[in-house]
Design a protein around this ligand. Sequence first.
Ligand code: DUC
Ligand code: ZN
Ligand code: ZN
Length: 496
Amino acid sequence: MADYDLAIRGGQVATGFGTTRCDIGVRDGRIVALADSITNAAQVIAADGLLVLPGGVDSHCHIEEVSRGGYASTGDAEPPVTVSEESFATASASAFAGGTTSVVCFVPQWKGFGVWDRYVDARARAAKGMLDHSFHQIIADPTDEVMDIEVPRIVAEGVRSLKVFLTYEPLHLSDGQFLRVLTKARELGCLVTVHCENYDAINWRTHELLKHGMTAPKYHAWSRPPVVEREATHRAIALAELVDQPIQVFHVSCAEAAEEIARAQYRGVKVWGETCPQYVALTAADMDRPGFEGAKFMCSPSPRTTEEQARIWEMIRRGTLDVVSSDHCAFSYEGDKGKRQNGSDAVFRDIPNGIPGFATRLPIMFSEGVSKGRISLDEFVRLTSTNPARLMGLAPRKGMIAIGADADLALWDPAKKVTITNALMQHAIDYTPYEGLEVTGWPVATIRRGEVVMRDGKVQAEPGTGRFLPRGSYDFIRPRGVTPNGFDPAPPLNPG
Ligand code: DUC
Ligand code: ZN
Ligand code: ZN
């Protein structure tokens, strides 16, 4: 009888803290041996000439979300219920195609409704996919019932992060509502993740732009310049500091917002910054393509300039931005759920925000980062796998190549040149914003809990095999115990 179910032999194992040549032995879906030579295995995969990376952890992505408005500013009084095009099955295929094995996605909340039913629904939907998954609970309406009864129940199930929006109709919270969420998160022991843009400022500029006939997709960027993001980032951090509640600022697109994070980190505040490939690989000029094409690049915050891209790389190198997620939030170009759902001449305000990015996250960050010498291989592994796993309380089970960790791995050819096409994405969406981009470095196999789920671009996982990842209390989300005047109105229930 074999000692191991699987051995990965001959690869360069990139741990995020150094790269070493060793074999990996897997039993019952976990890594049980790291050694010079592992031979007695039921299945052997040769990884000569390849890097062996921990499977990607995408800690911010929107999958099969059931929404009532949001991500476009049409402001309907009674928005219809819609389900996003990307199902958990198609999202899983796309993620595996790009070397990602775990995700943290969202449980929605509709204004005027509770969250428990949404949570049960999201769990059932995710169970049909192939990705290991956890959730952020969106809070769009922090009523007594939601905050005092339903959210504690969901946290007890192992959901350890709440998500708030400071913009979007009907999702955005007032400062008072945000404080309430921060306070409850502190009490229960959760991370709070925040979309930082100023709702009223965007509305005001949008109104003025439209009044002046500036309606094309490119004016999306004009409606929300960096100052709008910087202001909301500053405010989110200040309120989190007031409450003494750890937060992660999602999708930082510009240095001036990142500088707010750096300043707070210097003061010792528990705040972390995430960015996404779109902020180093796209610019606002992409939204100025002929006709309606610019809509394909529209997401929020907006892509910026090439100068800003360089500043984002610098903020990554400094460690201010330590997680790169996809913010995959995909709408096809065509079709009644797509970018043109309000017509091919819709004003920018009425075009849904969001772009696909599961399969391109690792290849773009490797190619633009490691292959072009902007970051090291260690930094790449930490940004795309180890750091998100740690910050979300999924490590050491996820995001690491270590004894006892789940055998989630990406076998990576660092020299392979690929021209990105939509067919390679394996998602449910009819385009990729990166069509034609040439990258150096590509996954040749993805392994999830010891099972080869993608080989040479062929996804071979069974629907329904993804597992829910319950999260417990962990160090990152523990408050510092520093409150103004020492007055602590929301002591943690389990200070641990
Ligand atoms: N940004 C997007 O572009 N889409 C959805 C959510 C978000 O914050
Ligand atoms: Zn967001
Ligand atoms: Zn998002």
